[in-house]
Design a protein around this ligand. Structure first.
Ligand code: PLP
Length: 455
């Protein structure tokens, strides 16, 4: 254990992590094992995984059928690229995803993860428009505080200044519209109903950029960064209308929202809209192997299916045979155990338990759907007053993670949307016992946060 700590400190570079604390001697948290919805750390402490790893482990840990699928495929054909060749599991998985995806989304381009899927969608949009004689359509519109990945293209779509700033100048052509956080909306936070001004802001951005230069709008069905920010009724219908009016593609970034997170196979189904492209990753394999995909409508694939044309894009490990075999086994678990039905049967209970926390004065809003929630914290429930940067820092990087871990719950405290939120995305197999644990752990952590940070 000490060896592992020492080696972790000396050699392992954690992502998005302040390494200084470890250099100064803080223990590197090491997770060693998982089973069902739980993980264990190197001290043998058990935690309920309230974030499914990173919105990924839909069917829980320790599934022998997924491990067996990986091992069998590695023995049969460990690797072959999709560059000019197919392999059976990629074919089977592409057909299965096409049959599950809504409308005419029938063409599957595999990637190795979420950023690759987003990057691929922007590149497809550009090359598609070039192929159909509209080469000036290169720009993209996304939403403020939205996270779409870290490669330079995906980062240029991401709307979080703190993540973008160190890497400027980014890929040109990205601009951002308002997000749908009604709790903090400058147009309708105080109005009796949402006015859809946030949807209209997408039209404003398209007009500002020059409609004939815009290729695509990238939106998550429910936006993660900022804390499960829900769209209002009618939002996506309005956005679809706007995109159609200006000939702009609508990309549903479902790296988090697909594969049951919202209680449906794809998030756009739950939100009732038809995108032109779906980007996904994470839950496709429940995290047992890395894989992503960009699913495109047949119309977008058409120019690349004739003559000498090709989509000049790819990745060595995209559609890896082992990952595709695991994804198929994962989708089998979804069918056999009715994972979507399970989420639909228990999502009401999850919501009720989280809403029950609103008696704590630090709870400003509970929002989300399916097994995907955010709890926004406030200094004052009546006025919705938020926290200062110093208070946010202490809450999000001090009190909350420490108290949640003490209560046996791993989940994320986040302030990338401006104010502190607790993000919850438990494995989709969680039932009443785990939901009860989650509620109790949240209550004790939020009570501690109330005592420490409210007057
Ligand atoms: N898009 C969304 C909506 C995401 O939430 C993420 C990651 O969390 C990404 C893209 C990037 O995915 P990855 O980390 O697999 O590159």
């Amino acid at each position: 254990m000490n060896d592992l700590q020492e080696q972790a400190r000396r050699h392992l570079w954690l992502h998005f992590s302040r390494m200084g604390a470890y250099a100064e001697g803080a223990e590197v948290p090491v997770i060693v094992r998982g089973e069902g919805p739980h993980v264990w750390d190197a001290h043998g402490r058990r935690y309920l995984d309230g974030l499914s790893g990173l919105f990924t482990v839909q069917v829980g840990y320790g599934r022998p059928e997924l491990a067996r699928a990986a091992a069998a495929q590695a023995e049969d054909l460990a690797y072959f690229p999709l560059w000019g060749y197919a392999h059976p599991k990629a074919v089977e998985l592409a057909a299965r995803l096409a049959s599950l995806a809504p409308g005419d989304i029938d063409r599957v381009f595999f990637t190795s993860g979420g950023s690759g899927s987003v990057e691929s969608a922007w590149k497809l949009a550009r090359q598609y428009f070039r192929a159909i004689g509209q080469p000036q359509r290169t720009k993209v519109i996304s939403r403020m505080s939205a996270y779409h990945g870290t490669s330079m293209g995906a980062l240029s779509i991401t709307g979080i200044p703190a993540l973008r700033n160190p890497f400027e100048p980014l890929v040109p052509g990205g601009s951002r519209a308002a997000n749908t956080n009604r709790f903090r909306c400058s147009w309708c936070a105080e109005a009796p109903a949402c006015t859809l001004a946030c949807a209209d802001d997408i039209e404003t951005q398209i007009l500002r950029a020059g409609p004939e230069t815009v290729a695509a709008v990238f939106l998550e069905p429910v936006q993660n960064a900022g804390g499960a920010i829900m769209p209002a009724e009618g939002y996506f219908a309005r956005v679809r209308e706007i995109c159609d009016r200006y000939g702009v593609l609508l990309v549903s970034d479902e790296v988090i929202c697909a594969f049951g997170r919202l209680g449906t196979m794809f998030g756009c189904e739950r939100m009732g809209f038809q995108p032109d492209i779906i980007t996904c990753a994470k839950g496709l394999t429940s995290g047992y192997a890395p894989l992503g995909a960009m699913l495109a409508s047949e119309r977008l694939a058409a120019p690349f299916l004739e003559g000498t044309a090709s989509f000049t894009h790819g990745f060595t490990f995209a559609g890896h045979p082992v990952s595709c075999a695991v994804a198929l086994a994962n989708l089998d678990v979804f069918d056999r155990d009715d994972v979507l039905g399970h989420v639909r049967r228990h999502e009401g209970e999850l919501r009720a338990r989280l809403e029950g926390l609103a008696d704590l004065p630090i709870v400003g809003e509970v929002r989300g759907t399916g097994y995907f929630y955010g709890i926004e914290l406030v200094r004052d429930q009546a006025t919705r007053a938020g926290f200062t940067p110093e208070e946010r820092e202490a809450l999000v990087r001090g009190t909350l993670p420490a108290e949640l871990a003490k209560a046996g719950l791993l989940c994320r405290a986040d302030d990338r949307g401006g104010q502190p939120v607790v993000q919850l995305a438990p494995p989709l197999i969680c039932g009443p016992e785990e939901l009860d644990h989650m509620e109790q752990a949240l209550r004790s952590a939020l009570l501690a946060a109330t005592r420490a940070h409210l007057p």
